[in-house]
Design a protein around this ligand. Structure first.
Ligand code: SF4
Length: 456
């Protein structure tokens, strides 16, 4: 007997477009980096961009603090799991040394426009050790007029000392990893934190003047249901953080073996996962949040939204930001620096990172010097990620890119209007696919299948 398959338009779109695709935190995306800079080329790139940027706009610094006491099974970050806090001081000494190696390249003190502590778990470190690290940075650098100083925090181990010490240096932004409030989901992903933990950190942070708080949430985790997402978002809305990152869970167990700890059959299927996102998006919009680019929501008074309306939104390896500097120096194991014309990633293994610094070398292991063509495409993809539209440049499209564009137009995900490619409301949820029109590296080969998470 013939089956009659009834799918709605959204389900058909998901079926068609849900394939491995980059998140475009960089272009070219990391698996396609090939034109690695050597030490001298990298130093030259950094020096040139420092001279061009420091006085005008300042620079950004990202510091990766990789340690966590236990592994969240969904984790996609570069971490080192340990309960041995003796690792803190040697790591901070290494960061200080790395910063000094960069300072030796400059003729003037850096002006920091943006400083972000990420991880790992920055609040794994004792407050006094974070104090030592930040005081070292500020001993050698100034800040711009209105710098953005922020850190990522685990609600379970963030204490008033962390918040207080960093507030003394001008930190006003805090990003709390919430992921999901459902106890059963928390059990499966090995990430336990109560609503009470979050309330305590929020209250302490607010009393110390933190005025931009972000919650990270994830949809598509094992055993998440419409009901559990509804309850989680209802709790989140009670706190009204200024920003919410509502990320799609990236299932890449061949890269992150921790993800093998749960049964894949517990993961929501494509259309179920999309329904989780749709529910979350609707609830957040009803609560007054406005969606920005991809995965991000903000209240109307938040600077991210103001930057979006002024077309000043930027996106880098940390996500969306309202501070667009052309030099991002990343310190710490596995972190990625960006001079706009070149990317460089530090050694991914802690031991290699220490060894390179012991040899007085900048600890970069790979990167990519961008060609003229890369730079043009990078700008177009970034613009589409940030503003949902960009210039239509037919001369940059080969036949397979044209056919993808035609498919996207036929499915009402994009339209061409006034020499611009514009992403539609429906296309927003498949923004990565829309951006891939300009990706000259993306081919239907093994790299795609092994390196990227699915579009939905
Ligand atoms: S998700 Fe965050 S806290 Fe959990 S293991 Fe990964 S880096 Fe550590």
């Amino acid at each position: 007997m013939a089956h009659i398959c009834v799918m709605n338009t959204q389900e058909l779109l998901i079926k068609k477009y849900n394939k491995p695709i980059p998140r475009y935190t960089s272009y070219p995306t990391v698996p396609y980096w090939s034109n690695y800079p050597n030490q001298e080329q990298w130093k030259k790139e950094v020096k040139e961009q420092f001279i061009a940027s420091n006085t005008k706009e300042g620079i950004s610094i990202y510091i990766h603090l990789p340690f966590c006491e236990s592994l969240c099974t969904y984790c996609g970050c570069n971490t080192r799991i340990t309960v041995n806090h003796a690792v803190e001081i040697p790591y901070i000494e290494a960061l200080e040394k790395e910063f000094l190696l960069y300072l030796a390249l400059f003729d003037e003190r850096p002006r920091i426009a943006e400083l972000h502590l990420g991880g790992g778990t920055p609040t794994f470190f004792k407050a006094e050790n974070l104090d030592r690290l930040i005081s070292f940075i500020f001993k050698h650098a100034d800040v711009t007029e209105n710098p953005s100083l922020s850190f990522e925090a685990h609600p379970g181990n963030t204490n008033i000392e962390h918040l207080f010490i960093l507030a003394q240096y001008g930190f006003k932004r805090l990003s709390l990893g919430i992921q999901d409030f459902d106890p059963h989901v928390q059990e499966i992903i090995n990430r336990k934190q109560s609503v009470e933990d979050v309330a305590r950190v929020m209250n302490q942070a607010r009393s110390l003047g933190y005025d931009s708080i972000n919650f990270d949430l994830i949809y598509g985790l094992p055993d998440q249901t419409l009901d559990s997402i509804r309850k989680t978002i209802n709790e989140v809305i009670k706190f009204m953080p200024e920003r919410i990152a509502f990320y799609s869970y990236a299932h890449v167990p061949w890269l992150k073996p921790g993800q093998r700890k749960y049964d894949e059959s517990n993961l929501p299927k494509d259309d179920e996962k999309y329904a989780l996102y749709e529910l979350g998006r609707t609830m957040l919009e009803n609560a007054g949040y406005i969606e920005i680019g991809m995965d991000h929501f903000a209240l109307s008074n938040d600077s991210l939204l103001k930057a979006a309306s002024l077309k000043k939104l930027h996106r880098n390896f940390m996500g969306y930001t309202d501070n667009h500097t052309h030099l991002l120096l990343a310190l710490g194991v596995s972190s990625i620096s960006d001079t706009w014309t070149c990317f460089a990633q530090n050694e991914k293994k802690l031991e290699d990172y220490y060894r390179r610094l012991d040899n007085n070398e900048l600890p970069i292991m790979k990167g990519h010097l961008l060609s003229e063509d890369d730079l043009i495409r990078r700008k177009l993809i970034l613009e589409m990620m940030c503003t949902l539209k960009t210039a239509f440049k037919p001369e940059l499209l080969n036949s397979s890119m044209f056919s993808l564009l035609n498919e996207l137009m036929a499915d009402n995900l994009v339209q061409i209007f006034d020499d611009k490619i514009e992403v539609s409301y429906t296309g927003k949820s498949l923004l990565r696919n829309c951006c891939s029109v300009y990706d000259a590296y993306l081919t239907n080969d093994a790299i795609v299948h092994q390196k990227f998470s699915m579009a939905v």
